[in-house]
Design a protein around this ligand. Structure first.
Ligand code: SF4
Length: 334
């Protein structure tokens, strides 16, 4: 579901020109879309902070305004187009201001953004944000930058201090998705699945816990297939057990599960790991087999309900959460 995940004021068109000479440079990020996008925004800021930048919640004083975008629906993109349009005059008055677009819309629209909005300096796709500082430097020295190549894994040793919540944190364990659900843009904007090494994820959780984090949420577009491309094929269950052993970690959650890939092994891991056993979010998307087939979801209504029953059996009292798409093309009243 997309919405502006920030209660910060929108990028104001009429702001005065900030004094760029003396103070640390400031970046303002407006994030749209899913938790993975929010985390990518944090990681991009973390890279800039490594080079002396500071995050600001006030767009008026920003040196760089960064839109972290979502392409789940037209509306999320239209909002960004209108934000960018609103910044045209300000950029004219203040040519030193930098404007960047990252995330799924940047990946999908790419050079179209630079053509339609010539006052935009940087378009950074879903697999290049870890180079944010270098890309900003290039935009300043060479002019408009387009960075949308999708190869490889975005491996950022994050500054764990940069996170919006004191005791909670998101941790990316993989990127992309190998499924092809018919309504979903993710495989096109985030590419196919690439897994992050188990040791790197565990180490990041250890550093977060040492910095006060008590609850971690592991993120992946289809997190149940985590480890498919890693040597020794560790699973999400392996990761949960490892994270549960880290001192300070009291709660483990993970998003998002495709019911098609939920295996008994995961439910056994949940049953053995109290810190992870309380909640399972796995989108059904629909309750009718014809529609599930046209969605290319790969499971039936019956299979979905079997997973619900198995989860409740393995983890008594577990909370089950789901998403549903209503009005899918061709849906009948029945
Ligand atoms: S599993 Fe999820 S992310 Fe992957 S294609 Fe389907 S809806 Fe999109």
């Amino acid at each position: 579901m997309e919405r502006a995940i920030t209660d910060e004021p929108q990028a104001a068109a009429g702001a005065a020109t900030p004094d760029r000479g003396t103070v640390a440079r400031r970046v303002y990020v407006e994030a749209f879309g899913c938790q993975m996008n929010v985390l990518d925004g944090e990681l991009a800021v973390s890279r800039l902070a490594d080079h002396g930048w500071e995050r600001t919640l006030d767009a008026d004083v920003a040196d760089l305004i960064l839109f972290n975008t979502c392409s789940v629906r037209d509306q999320s993109e239209n909002r960004v187009w209108s934000r960018l349009g609103a910044l045209r005059d300000r950029k004219e008055r203040d040519p030193g201001l930098l404007i960047g677009v990252m995330g799924c819309m940047a990946q999908r629209e790419a050079e179209t953004i630079l053509r339609r909005m010539p006052h935009v300096d940087l378009v950074c796709g879903t697999r290049r944000f870890h180079e944010m500082h270098a890309l900003v430097e290039r935009a300043e020295s060479e002019g408009q930058v387009l960075a949308v190549e999708t190869g490889g894994f975005v491996d950022v040793v994050r500054d764990v201090r940069i996170r919006p919540a004191r005791h909670r944190a998101y941790v990316a364990v993989m990127r992309g998705c190998d499924h092809r659900c018919s309504y979903c843009i993710v495989p096109r904007t985030r590419g196919t699945q690439v897994d992050r090494a188990l040791a790197d994820v565990v180490e990041e959780v250890r550093r977060l816990a040492a910095d006060g984090v008590r609850a971690v949420t592991f993120l992946g577009q289809n997190i149940n297939t985590y480890g498919r491309y890693l040597p020794g094929r560790p699973t999400l269950g392996t990761l949960i057990r490892e994270a549960d052993r880290i001192a300070g970690i009291e709660r483990i959650r993970f998003l998002t599960s495709n019911p098609m890939d939920i295996r008994d092994e995961l439910l056994e891991a949940l049953a053995e790991t109290p810190s992870a056993a309380g909640y399972l979010h796995f989108p059904a998307q629909h309750g009718h087999d014809d529609v599930l087939r046209r969605m290319f979801r790969g499971y039936s209504r019956e299979r979905y309900l079997q997973v619900c029953a198995k989860a409740r059996e393995s983890c008594p009292g577990i909370e089950l959460a789901s998403d549903l798409i209503v009005g899918f093309p061709g849906e009948t009243a029945a």
